[in-house]
Ligand binder design. Structure first.
Ligand SMILES: *[C@@H]1O[C@H](CO)[C@@H](O)[C@H](O)[C@H]1NC(C)=O
Ligand SMILES: *[C@@H]1O[C@H](CO)[C@@H](O)[C@H](O)[C@H]1NC(C)=O
Ligand SMILES: *[C@@H]1O[C@H](CO)[C@@H](O)[C@H](O)[C@H]1NC(C)=O
Ligand SMILES: *[C@@H]1O[C@H](CO)[C@@H](O)[C@H](O)[C@H]1NC(C)=O
Ligand SMILES: *[C@@H]1O[C@H](CO)[C@@H](O)[C@H](O)[C@H]1NC(C)=O
Ligand SMILES: *[C@@H]1O[C@H](CO)[C@@H](O)[C@H](O)[C@H]1NC(C)=O
Ligand SMILES: *[C@@H]1O[C@H](CO)[C@@H](O)[C@H](O)[C@H]1NC(C)=O
Length: 505
């Protein structure tokens, strides 16, 4: 098995935080040895430093090469199937024993409401809450690769040629509910994609070990070795995502999605590839009115003050001759970024100071950086948008993730967390109709039955039905303002005036 560990650690320490790991050289006792030890230590130190800077360079070069290379999936360069000692299984979907009696097909369609009321709740006096199947990670879950491959189907080949040529990357900050995450991985898993986990510091040891064990079973699933303290204020979310995006530079992919622990896949891989093909390089990033109390306006936010472009001359004059400073916006951290955008962020920009300056505040920090990069016209970010619509009072929402905000009349489970409705079996049918890529959220400790039946349907749609775009509303996706913006910009050959863009379509 191939594993990739510590890949981006050194680079990140140097580039993102500008610091270096301590290199401690142990001292030995004994007077006569001191000179000898010191000489050897100095030599080792020099060798280590050279090695570090070499690794740094190599990764940088690699990233640069990828940037200039047309992306074409080639299984031989990335994933050697020979190294994955697995026979080619037939697709299968097995329910966890505690959910084995669920008749998932009945949870969908016109009669589902009645079915759920009568079957899940044989007696209507029994509350939904008491009849749900709830699951907490077992202590003795088997974690060898065989067992993992027996619990869920992980294909060894792309489902279609179309998908093979449009690999995706999934970046996820995780801290809890391991088995659910394994099921979620299986739902989107295909060998041309790549997956990176950032483990939140608050995760317990067994969870952390399980994630690391999981990564050992698939060459395209990695976890970074560093852990971040992610809190509800959003601290460290972007430094964590950025570390994963660095680590994923060695894989080929066209779009990357930044996700949190309980974001649940809502579309098949084929459908996501189809939606991003329509996006044509545009990023799915929200551009909403920023709350200025989330930003320390006393700091210097000019490109020069932020040392934003690595090429210093680009910090002096913005694209289209605009003033080289940021235009604020906010939006959810869950986003879908084109490869070009990620490369722009990692290779052309230096986000160190920007991230540091954003991190000083104490609320909603994760919602600032990306929307601002997306909306700053002076940056002209690949697949980016404009601030012009926000200036005219038009906010742009995303499709990467669907959430239903606190509303007693529109949350059948009546269960909320941080003012977000948590979904259950009674929501399955309605969730089949949303255009978003992910759902926020199901929780296994609340309704594992809902999760199981959601994944069974996704499995059927992925493997038992012919992949198709028919269930997608193409016009909806093409009419999203940032998608139209992207088409108009590409068509104009650089003479495009964002101020003239029709924000309402
Ligand atoms: C990125 O910016 C930080 C802070 O200004 C700086 O210490 C670091 O050297 C920069 N990295 C590169 C590669 O320019
Ligand atoms: C998935 O397909 C299997 C096999 O055809 C079927 O038994 C099951 O009811 C289907 N599940 C859903 C949710 O449609
Ligand atoms: C269920 O509710 C109905 C009417 O609200 C009541 O008549 C009946 O006794 C209840 N049954 C139980 C088992 O509580
Ligand atoms: C996995 O499934 C195969 C085929 O059913 C079986 O032979 C093998 O023992 C299973 N492995 C584990 C670890 O459960
Ligand atoms: C992870 O795998 C190693 C060796 O394969 C095993 O010793 C360890 O118990 C596993 N960890 C967990 C949490 O299952
Ligand atoms: C921001 O920093 C740049 C570069 O250090 C400096 O030239 C500029 O005057 C600063 N702007 C403000 C408003 O402090
Ligand atoms: C830096 O940017 C300037 C202005 O866009 C450009 O002329 C120059 O070639 C760039 N330098 C490098 C090393 O890319």
């Amino acid at each position: 098995m191939i594993t990739y560990h510590g890949y981006s650690k050194i680079r990140l320490l140097n580039e993102v935080f500008g610091s270096r790991e301590d290199i401690s050289v142990k001292k030995k006792s004994g007077m006569s040895w001191i000179r000898y030890i010191l000489t050897i230590s100095a030599a080792i130190l020099i060798i280590v430093c050279i090695a570090l800077s070499y690794i740094d360079y190599e990764i940088m070069d690699q990233a640069k090469n990828l940037y200039n290379k047309p992306i074409e999936w080639d299984s031989s360069t990335l994933i050697s199937f020979n190294t994955v000692q697995r026979t080619k299984p037939k697709p299968f979907f097995i329910k966890h024993p505690i959910a084995k009696d669920l008749q998932c097909a009945q949870m969908y369609g016109d009669n589902s409401k009645e079915y759920i009321q009568n079957w899940i709740l044989p007696n209507k006096n029994v509350s939904y809450a008491r009849s749900r199947i709830q699951y907490q990670d077992e202590k003795d879950l088997k974690m060898d690769c065989d067992s993992i491959n027996n619990r869920s189907y992980f294909p060894v080949e792309p489902r279609t040629d179309f998908e093979a040529k449009f690999p995706l990357a999934f970046v996820r900050i995780v801290y809890t509910d391991y088995l659910f995450l394994e099921m979620e991985l299986a739902a989107s898993y295909t060998p041309q994609n790549s997956y990176c986990y950032m483990i939140d510091k608050k995760a317990d040891k067994i969870f952390r070990d399980r994630i690391h064990n999981l990564t050992k079973c698939f060459p395209n699933v990695i976890a970074t070795t560093r852990e971040y303290d992610v809190d509800s204020a959003g601290h460290n979310v972007w430094p964590a995502f950025i570390e994963c995006l660095y680590a994923l530079q060695k894989f080929e992919w066209r779009y990357a999605m930044t996700l949190q622990n309980h974001d649940i896949l809502a579309k098949t891989n084929y459908e996501i590839a189809q939606i991003f093909t329509w996006f044509n390089g545009a990023n799915d990033v929200e551009v909403l009115n920023p709350k200025m109390d989330r930003i320390d306006t006393n700091l210097n936010w000019t490109f020069e003050g932020l040392n934003l472009f690595r090429n210093a001359s680009k910090n002096l004059i913005g694209a289209h001759g605009l003033p080289p400073k940021l235009n604020w916006a906010k939006g959810y951290a869950e986003s879908s970024l084109s490869r070009e955008m990620v490369n722009f962020m990692l290779i052309e920009l230096n986000l160190t100071t920007l991230m540091r300056q954003i991190e000083v505040k104490s609320f909603g920090i994760d919602e600032i950086m990306l929307p601002t990069l997306q909306a700053t016209d002076a940056l002209d970010a690949p697949g980016g948008f404009t601030h012009a619509c926000l200036d005219k009072g038009k906010e742009i929402f995303h499709i990467t993730r669907y959430s239903r905000w606190y509303d007693n009349t529109n949350c059948p489970t009546q269960y909320f967390r941080h003012a977000i409705c948590i979904f259950g079996v009674e929501d399955l049918e309605s969730l089949t109709k949303i255009p978003s890529l992910f759902i926020n959220k199901f929780i296994p400790t609340f309704d594992f039955g809902a999760l199981t039946c959601w994944y069974e349907r996704l499995f059927n749609r992925t493997y038992l039905e012919e992949p198709t775009e028919e269930k997608l509303d193409k016009n909806f996706y093409l009419s999203i303002p940032y998608v139209r913006f992207q088409y108009e910009k590409l068509k104009s050959n650089g003479n495009f005036d964002p101020q003239k863009f029709n924000c309402t379509g």
